[in-house]
Design a protein around this ligand. Structure first.
Ligand code: NAD
Length: 486
């Protein structure tokens, strides 16, 4: 967790230092707005929202296309800011590309929400009804540090397409991208007052929840719980996308090279700093040792992108305190008898913290590495004897974000995947929700709350459905309900 919002924003803006994860230096700062400044921002957004909604879907999408062009014009500045805050280059480019995808995805599912057709009643044909879709006027987006731009826009873009005004509160750990993005917004007058970035910390986020009509939160379970309670007090919807502890099951007969390749990518991409990372691997006992050997070979070959950011496979640990969590989980596993086969040490290079993919054998569910969210490149592996046992182990935990199953064929993988309690299951691959956004999925158990952020619900959840109900015959008199009516 980055910051518990214990301090209410004070009367003067607060300066929050920002660290470069490659150097360890706090070489920048953001100014968190005061509560009254944030209130003014919310009022400004509310004033502008009706005109934005009035543009209609096509008008809004056209403006947002110009916005994506304005972002492209500043691509270099945005990528440079993301690169400093996250210590990685390729993924910074992917984050920028994701904004085009978020707009295209929302535009592709917009048609049903433009339906205003009258339809006859089923039970009462003389009564007709028609839907009206009304956006929440003001949506708040609170995002984490692992994909700073992508996770700021993944909800903001569909909310804007729906006709909402949006205030984004990015993570205080990785806020540098917000300045060039705000400059791009300033190039688009129609957007300037309906898409507003308000960098700040937990206290800023807490204030924001009190100012909006709907809150989208991506972050830890602990903070998500606080946001949910605060939102419940105001009776506003809270769409929560929280932590995960995603299992991968490898069944007998699976292609072990493919499974090991997917496991490593699913675990170590972005140094494991992804909610839908593979964090636990269960392998059928007859193929366990073979799979383990292949994974060790692959994991041993992974390169840090140090000292040259243009070379290597994984970047630094972005959030310094995350290194302590990783070290603790490794130490706990080691002290309980697990074998660390690769990686295993937090390395210090140039002031930053790094960890190579760490394959851990002989683990069990008493170890923190199999229970708690890791958010780093740890690959703990456990053997199972029956499919029932594999499913029971996969379902033994508080999270239900996603999971993965490898089998000899997709039907077999699907049969097992259907029994795993999680919102999305990758079959014969891992962490496909990182690459594919079209399938609607919810987050199960402690991993989240609310309709799907992906697919049609990703847009629809920002629109309230209103019903216009018309009687084409004479209204009923009260007497139709009299005790002695016939
Ligand atoms: P975090 O919960 O510490 O912080 C997330 C955001 O909440 C930050 O912007 C922070 O400033 C803000 N915040 C803190 N206290 C607040 C409060 N009381 N009210 C409102 N806002 C507050 O999480 P983090 O460490 O930034 O991110 C890592 C976590 O995010 C991991 O658990 C990861 O699994 C999760 N995550 C989930 C998804 C998903 O889609 N499910 C995606 C990425 C990350």
């Amino acid at each position: 967790m980055t910051s518990a919002a214990t301090d209410a924003p004070r009367a003067t803006p607060r300066s929050i230092p920002v660290r470069d994860p490659r150097t360890g230096l706090y070489d920048a700062a953001i100014l968190a707005p005061t509560a009254s400044a944030l209130n003014n921002i919310a009022e400004r957004a509310r004033r502008a929202q009706p005109a934005w909604a009035g543009l209609g879907f096509e008008g809004r999408i056209a403006v947002l296309r110009r916005f994506t062009q304005a972002l492209e014009a500043r691509r270099g500045e945005i990528a440079a800011a993301l690169e400093i805050d996250t210590g990685r280059r390729r993924v910074a480019g992917i984050e920028i590309d994701s904004i085009h995808g978020a707009l295209a995805g929302a535009a592709a599912v917009a048609e049903p929400f433009q339906d205003a057709d009258w339809r006859p009643g089923r039970a009462s044909p003389h009564i007709q009804h028609a839907p009206q879709w009304l956006p929440y006027p003001l949506v708040g987006v609170i995002s984490p540090w692992n994909f700073p731009l992508l996770l700021s826009m993944i909800d903001a873009m569909p909310a804007l397409v729906a006709g909402c005004a949006v205030i984004v509160k990015p993570s205080e750990v990785t806020p540098r991208f917000a300045a060039p993005v705000m400059a791009a917004i300033a190039d688009i007058p129609e957007l300037e007052d309906v898409l507003i970035f308000a960098p700040g910390d937990g206290a800023t986020g807490q204030t924001l929840v009190d100012l909006v009509d709907c809150i989208c939160f991506t972050g830890s379970v602990a903070t998500g719980r606080r946001v949910a309670i605060q939102a419940a007090g105001r009776l506003i919807p809270a769409f929560l996308e929280l932590g995960g502890k995603d299992p991968l099951i490898v069944l007998e007969g699976a292609d072990l090279d493919a499974a090991a390749t997917a496991a490593l990518r699913g675990c170590a991409l972005s140094t494991g700093q992804a909610c839908q990372s593979i964090e636990r691997i269960y392998v059928a006992r007859p193929v366990h040792d073979d799979f383990l050997a292949r994974l060790v070979t692959l994991a041993s070959a992974v390169r840090l992108n140090w000292p040259d950011i243009t070379k290597g496979d994984i970047g630094p640990i972005i959030f310094e305190r995350q290194a302590d969590i990783l070290r603790d989980q490794i130490d706990d596993a080691r002290s309980r008898g697990a074998r660390i086969l690769t990686g295993g040490e937090i390395e210090s290079h140039g002031g930053g913290c790094w960890l190579r993919p760490t394959v851990i054998a002989d683990v069990d569910h008493d170890m923190a590495v199999m229970r708690d969210e890791t958010f780093g490149p740890l690959l703990p592996i456990m053997a199972f004897d029956t499919e029932e046992e594999a499913v029971r182990l996969a379902n033994d935990g508080e999270y239900g974000l996603s999971g993965a199953v490898f089998a000899a064929d997709i039907e077999h993988a699907a049969r097992v995947g259907r029994q795993v309690e999680a919102g999305a299951i990758s079959l014969n691959d891992a962490a496909l929700t990182t690459l594919f956004y079209e399938a609607g999925k919810q987050s199960f158990k402690a991993s989240g709350l609310g309709p799907s952020r992906m697919g049609a619900d990703g847009l629809g959840r920002f629109l309230r459905r209103k019903a216009l109900i018309a009687n084409t015959s004479a209204p009923l008199p009260l007497q139709a309900f009299s005790e002695d009516a016939r």
